[in-house]
Design a binder for this molecule. Structure first.
Ligand code: PLP
Length: 284
């Protein structure tokens, strides 16, 4: 695999960053994941807008132009012969040469790393036909989940707890209400209404979420942006999650209770179809 590091394209075993990089020492960095379908980048512009916001919230200088990010994504997709898969992009505050809590001087050059993951048939994931089971866990993350930082230890712990409990993912709960999944936004469906938590510092502002809510409104569905409890979700007609890599994925069980009939429902299925169709059309 060919990996991008600070402007160079290198074989992955030669791609290296310093042990003093603040991404490594302090999780001082942000990332994006863009999916690739049929060789096209899905929702690329939205991901770049969020990347720039994450960088700006952390006062990390944006090291590349929009055109350079796009060119690097396309180069990596081509060099690695990716038809379906993902492009991972990470920008850290870089290597100040020593370890210190204070941010280094503004001339410290951010580190940019990008790599691909090939996932043939990504859009035809069998799980979309059977749905995920999720379990609830306390949300013990920090208070700025709207910034897409690389500090992913708690979501990893939650994912491991979900697996230990025989589930596919965890829904995190704070003050009695669902915030989001370990790496996705959470939704329930009641009749013709889709309910998902409102945007705030408590959740990541999903790029897929924005697109799916737009398509839902265009399809005359009602959208309520508000928090919901696990009990309300267990009594809903349907549930699902969204993310750049899972698109729209139905959730059929929550803490062992079936959601609706316990099978994949029509609303999640339709939104998945619309999302895949529309985002392929606008892919770059
Ligand atoms: N919420 C969290 C915590 C995430 O990590 C992610 C994606 O990685 C999402 C939501 C979904 O965001 P997107 O649709 O932009 O992939």
């Amino acid at each position: 695999r060919t990996v991008y590091v600070n402007g160079d394209y290198l074989p992955e075993d030669q791609a290296m960053v310093s042990v003093f990089d603040r991404g490594f020492l302090m999780a001082d960095g942000v990332y994006e994941v863009v999916s690739v379908l049929g060789g096209k980048l899905i929702d690329f512009e939205g991901h770049m807008v969020r990347l720039k916001r994450s960088l700006s919230e952390l006062a990390i200088a944006n090291p590349l132009s929009d055109d350079a990010y796009l060119a690097a994504h396309r180069d990596l997709v081509a060099r690695n012969d990716i038809t379906d898969g993902l492009v991972y992009l990470q920008v850290t505050r870089g290597n100040p040469g020593d370890r210190d809590f204070a941010y280094p001087s503004a001339d410290t050059v951010p580190t940019v790393v990008m790599f691909t993951q090939s996932k043939p048939g990504l859009a035809d994931a069998p799980a979309a036909k059977t749905g995920w089971s999720v379990v609830s866990v306390d949300d013990l993350r920090w208070g700025r989940r709207d910034i897409k930082t690389v500090q992913l230890l708690y979501p990893s712990m939650a994912k491991m707890e979900a697996k230990a409990r025989g589930a596919d993912d965890a829904w995190m709960v704070e003050d009695g209400r669902v915030t989001e999944g370990t790496s996705n936004n959470a939704y329930i469906v009641k009749g013709n209404t889709i309910v998902t938590r409102e945007l705030s510092h408590d959740i990541l502002h999903g790029i897929t979420r924005a697109a799916v809510l737009r398509f839902a409104r265009e399809a005359q569905m009602q959208v309520e942006e508000r928090a919901f409890t696990i009990a309300e979700a267990q009594e809903a007609d349907e549930a699902f999650i969204t993310s750049a890599s899972a698109f729209v994925m139905p959730v059929v069980s929550i803490d062992g209770a079936r959601v609706g009939a316990g099978t994949v429902g029509p609303v999640a299925t339709r939104l998945r179809e619309i999302y895949l169709e529309e985002s392929l059309k606008t892919g770059v």
